[in-house]
Each structure stands twice: as C-alpha cells, then as structure tokens.
Design a protein around this ligand. Structure first.
Ligand code: FAD
Ligand code: SF4
Length: 353
C-alpha cells in the first residue's frame, strides 16, 4: 500500500502544529487552508500580542509557519477547500477546489482543524449598540487598534478617559443558545486592559463580569497583573443595555455585588465576544459525516479522555473545531491528533503487510 499523506484541513495554529507533527513522525501531510494566508484567526483578525507571554502574534505565527513551509513532507495549499470526499480510511479520495479548478487527492487520514468564528454582537442581541455607536467595539477591533499602536476613541480620534469591557457577549447566554464559556475572553480582556493602560496612563479602566474565569496560570499572569500593576477595576455586574447620551456611551445594568442598578457613562466600550464553531467546521462535519456535540462543535468519541478521535475511523480533530480553546489547548490537541493519525496509518500498513 502506498504511504498516502494525512490531509490537514485548516491552517490556523492547530493545523500548522498538526502538519508539523505528522512530518516529524515521518509521514507526509497536505495542509489545505481556504484563505490566502496561513495563521488562522490570530493572523486573519490581526491580534496584536498573544497571551500569556505577550509574544508578537506575527512573529509567533511565522515561527509556526516556518517549521512547515520549508519542509518537503508538507504540501501547503492555500486558497483551497475540500468540496467532496469518497471512500474510507486509509483510502479517502478527496476533491480540492481552488481558484483555478478542482483536483482529486488520495489521502490516508484526515485532521479537521477548521477552528472558530467570533460571535457577531449585532446578530441576536441588539442591546449593545455595536452597529449603532462608533465607540462600541469588540475585542478583535481592539486587537487591531493595539496592533496599529494607537488606542483612541473611534468617534473623536482622542484618547479615551473611561473604557469598559463587557464580558460574556455571546457566551454563557442560554437565550441565544450559546450555553458555553468561551474560555479565553476573561484573559484576553485582562491582557488588553493592561496594554491599553500604556496608551492611556490616566484613564479609568473597567471590566464588567458575571464571574471571572482566568484559569490556571492566567489568574496570576493576566488577572492580578491587570488589577494590581495596571489599576484595572473589576466590577461584578450584569450589563443589560448600552445607550448613547451626549458624547458618552452609557453602560446600564445591575451591580451584583452591591445588589443595585448601575448606569455608568464611558468613552469607549469593548465587547468581549466569544467563540462559535466556524462555517468551515460545520461544512466539514457534514462532508465527513462527523456528529456534532450538543453545542455545535465536532464531537469526539471519548470526552476528556479522548479529545481528538471522531466516530469516523481515520478522521481526527484539533483545536477550536472541537470547542472553545486557547492556543495551548489547540497546539496540544494538534500534537495528539498528529500522533493518532500516524498511528492509524501505521496500523493500517501493518494490517496489510
Ligand atoms: C478576541 C480573541 C483573542 C484571542 N487571543 C488569544 C491569545 O492571545 N492567546 C491564546 O492562547 N488564545 C487566544 N485566542 C484564542 C485563539 O484564537 C484560538 O485558540 C486559536 O485561534 C484556535 O486555533 P485553531 O487553529 O483551532 O482555529 P483558527 O485560528 O480558527 O484557524 C482555523 C483555520 O481554518 C481555516 N478554515 C476554516 N474552514 C476551512 C475550510 N473549510 N477549508 C480550509 N480551511 C478552513 C480558517 O480560515 C483558519 O485559518 C483568542 C480568541 C479570541 C476570540
Ligand atoms: S472566559 Fe470570561 S468572558 Fe469569556 S465566556 Fe467565560 S466567563 Fe465569559
């Protein structure tokens, strides 16, 4: 039997690490990315610096890309998607579509690493005024500003004096159906607030949270640093509405520590939008007949004890295609998926020999 490559779908952090892992284990990989560039959300959304070590995003992603781009074992196809699949592992026949046409490839196994998309705060909940008010932005808009090295009010171009983050926008919200914690946004808001402090040393910075979830080392590396070194005010409160009053955007809701209503004028509000499965993740689940778990991400067979194997033999997942994940989760899953995919090929080879 020929040694067919592993198909890795999605060139974000998880896909880049999965392709590298397959190559390091002595097998071939074909990495398919639908955009014209590799690097996933961190590059496509222009994240400035990555938590928790504040590494420059481009530098970090370029390092990951560099490990596979000069590697003969990895065939990189950008601007391409998988549109059809036939057969079963270890002999899948997949159709790749790119700008110039279609092509058929034989692959032995598949790693789906098609990631997530950010919640659109104008989609279901209109109360935050994202599309109405210039001074209401999202975490990703803020990343772009931080990357550009200029943090100003969009409406005036001046430095803001009062900035608020609203946590759990599109996450932990049963009404809209997103019944999960997006895992990263408390840490990212704390990181951004600390970065913003350097641009606006005298501004008042607030983070409104339901309860704060900075798990593991992020507690120390992000949360306490923001609070103690960068004087960020954390307010336990539920925000129900954002209105415009004069030049200000007014945050309305309930201060749940004090048990009383609050109405606080701000110059800028940053919505901590969470994660949802990407369209690509949904498409690939249909194409490969991969069942979804109850939140709409691709299901694995063994829960916490098997985070990468799907119910379809030879098809594995890595990263945020399987649920909210930070970079550490995504890269760790990718290593596991690469080793499982290679073990799968090895076992198939031995079965034939
Ligand atoms: C605002 C924000 C900031 C964040 N900042 C940090 C941070 O500082 N540190 C941290 O640890 N985590 C951070 N995260 C989380 C981080 O973005 C994710 O952990 C990481 O991007 C997940 O990687 P991934 O490869 O699984 O998915 P993605 O980054 O989503 O990559 C998936 C890739 O697959 C491609 N794709 C999708 N569908 C197809 C298809 N059908 N065919 C081919 N290609 C396809 C996409 O174009 C994309 O390139 C942040 C998240 C948010 C919401
Ligand atoms: S990480 Fe924080 S902001 Fe994000 S959904 Fe969880 S609790 Fe809400």
């Amino acid at each position: 039997m020929p040694n067919l490559p592993v198909l890795v779908i999605g060139g974000g952090p998880a896909g880049l690490e999965a392709a590298r892992g397959v190559a390091d284990l002595g097998y071939k990989a074909v990495l398919v990315e639908k955009e014209s560039v590799l690097g996933g959300r961190p590059i496509l959304e222009s994240y400035a610096a990555l938590t928790p070590d504040m590494r420059n995003t481009e530098e970090a992603m370029n390092e990951m890309i560099g490990r596979i781009s000069n590697n003969e074992a990895v065939d990189i196809r950008t601007g391409a998607t998988v549109t059809a699949v036939e057969g079963e592992a270890p002999n899948f026949k997949v159709t790749l579509q790119n700008g110039s046409g279609a092509e058929t490839l034989d692959v032995s196994s598949v790693i789906v690493s098609t990631g997530f998309q950010h919640f659109d705060p104008g989609r279901e909940t209109q109360m935050y005024g994202y599309y109405e008010f210039d001074d209401v932005i999202t975490l990703t808009d803020a990343e772009k500003m931080l990357k550009a090295g200029k943090f100003v009010r969009p409406s005036t171009g001046e430095a803001p004096k009062r900035v608020a983050f609203i946590q759990c926008v599109g996450s932990r919200d049963r009404q809209i159906g997103n019944k999960w914690c997006s895992k990263v946004c408390c840490g990212i808001a704390s990181k951004q607030a600390s970065e913003i402090r350097h641009f606006v040393p005298d501004a008042k910075l607030f983070i409104f949270y339901i309860d704060l979830r900075a798990y593991g080392f992020w507690e120390d590396e992000l949360y306490w640093k923001a609070q103690e070194e960068n004087k960020v005010n954390y307010i336990r409160g539920i925000v129900t509405e954002i209105n415009k009053r004069g030049e200000s955007v007014v945050v309305k809701g309930e201060d749940t520590t004090m048990g009383r209503p609050m109405e606080i004028p701000m110059d800028m509000v940053i919505l901590s939008v969470g994660m949802e499965p990407s369209e690509g993740t949904k498409d690939m689940s249909k194409l490969f007949n991969l069942p979804l778990e109850s939140h709409g991400y691709i299901a694995t067979t063994g829960g916490a004890l098997n985070t990468v194997e799907t119910t379809v033999p030879g098809v594995f997942i890595a990263g945020a295609a399987g649920g909210p994940a930070d970079l550490e989760d995504s890269v760790s899953m990718a290593g596991a998926a690469a080793s499982r995919a290679c073990a799968f090929i090895r076992k198939s080879e031995m079965a034939v020999a």
